[in-house]
Design a protein around this ligand. Structure first.
Ligand SMILES: C[S@@+](CC[C@H](N)C(=O)[O-])C[C@H]1O[C@@H](n2cnc3c(N)ncnc32)[C@H](O)[C@@H]1O
Ligand code: SF4
Length: 354
């Protein structure tokens, strides 16, 4: 007998679904949960079944993660979430019922301005650990939007992220365009997303229109030219009907010049997307700076007047020293993270042996 997707997911959560005519009974840790009457088709039946099974399933998710600390800020609250093996990730409660979740502990892309990138990849976050972040946040307040913009590169943990997106977009009752997959851009993403029954909105971390500079800032991102990335994004936006969010972490003297603005207008004007400018959130001991407030306003004014829809986004919770990965780094010791990274690079390049 072929198990339905829904049954498979219940089993993955540790539950055993048994269909009895028009009623389904879910066995969870030796307890029976009757999930109501089957309606005309299993399509109709599924949400009702899960709604009734949810209290037990969330108890199951409890074993996967717990909130270790909460840090309130003006623009959002950051949660430091401890996973069962002691690893830590960050989730951010965003304004307007949004939640930002982490998809990896660490990240292999190594963006120079990102604290998460400094530790390299430590491990993948499972689909259930991603869901556990949503469940923990939902205990605090409503969550209607989930953005995959926390620690990690979703394209490098594609199977788990897509499974979490599918569950959140079906049984989790989150509108598909309110699930936002944020990536540096990877061909596997453009192949996989159009095949999904739950197609998330897409955020592309562009940061510059210059291929060489992008390779420097995002050292281990796939080498796709910015123009090509925008073309791929545009196709996905037209297919899904959701505009692309182009992410631009704004670094003083690096990617805030008039030459970049001219190129942005050339590449993005008329495209189905919005440019999100994120002023750099400073890291301890880093050389990068954000432009001053007047330059940021000028950039937005200029791009708007030249036909590119542009918004300033602050990385949430920055007033609590919570830029991506910084809470975790503080918890495990920022210096330790950087040292570990430097050591790994030294070993890889033959400058150290152990
Ligand atoms: C943390 S990443 C996670 C998702 C995915 N890896 C990506 O890069 O799109 C989400 C966004 O945070 C931004 N970001 C990372 N570190 C930042 C910092 N120190 N200041 C401002 N934005 C930052 C990145 O540029 C990226 O657009
Ligand atoms: S910005 Fe995204 S891709 Fe780059 S290191 Fe941070 S998490 Fe990874």
């Amino acid at each position: 007998m072929r198990l339905s997707d829904f049954d498979q997911r219940l089993i993955a959560l540790g539950a055993l679904p048994v269909h009895r005519g028009r009623v389904m009974r879910v066995w969870l840790k030796g307890q029976a949960i009757d999930t109501g009457t089957r309606r005309r088709s299993s399509e109709h039946f599924l949400p009702l079944a899960l709604r009734e099974a949810v209290p037990a399933l969330t108890a199951e998710l409890d074993g996967l993660a717990r909130i270790r600390s909460e840090h309130a800020g003006n623009d959002g609250s950051r949660l430091l979430v401890e996973l069962a093996d002691g690893q830590m990730v960050e989730s951010v409660l965003l304004p307007r019922d949004g939640l930002c979740v982490s998809t990896q502990v660490g990240c292999a892309v190594g963006c120079r301005f990102c604290m998460t990138g400094k530790s390299g990849l430590i491990r993948q976050v499972s689909s259930m650990e991603i869901l556990a972040q949503v469940v923990l946040a939902r205990r605090q307040r409503t969550v209607k939007k989930v953005v995959f913009m926390g620690m990690g590169e979703p394209a490098h943990n594609l199977e788990n992220v897509l499974e979490a997106i599918d569950l959140l977009g079906t049984e989790g009752s989150i509108g598909h365009k309110n699930l936002v997959f944020s990536t540096v851009g990877d061909l596997r993403v453009f192949e996989a997303l159009p095949q999904q029954r739950v197609k998330p909105a897409l955020a592309l971390s562009l940061h510059t229109t210059k291929a060489q500079l992008r390779e420097h800032l995002l050292p281990r991102a796939p080498k796709i030219a910015p123009e090509a990335l925008i073309e791929l994004g545009e196709r996905y936006a037209r297919d899904t009907g959701y505009p692309i969010q182009y992410q631009w972490t704004l670094l003083k003297g690096i990617n805030d010049g008039d030459d970049e603005l001219d190129a942005i207008v050339r590449l993005l004007k008329g495209k189905y997307g919005v440019l999100n400018v994120i002023p750099f959130n400073s890291l301890e001991g880093d050389d990068y700076r954000r432009p001053d407030a007047e330059r940021i306003r000028e950039i937005v004014r200029t791009l708007h007047s030249r036909g590119v829809l542009t918004k300033v986004r602050n990385s949430a919770g920055q007033d609590v020293d919570g830029g991506c990965g910084q809470l975790r780094a503080r918890a495990v010791g920022a210096e330790q993270v950087v040292e570990l990274r430097q050591r790994r690079v030294a070993i890889a390049t033959g400058r150290a042996t152990t």
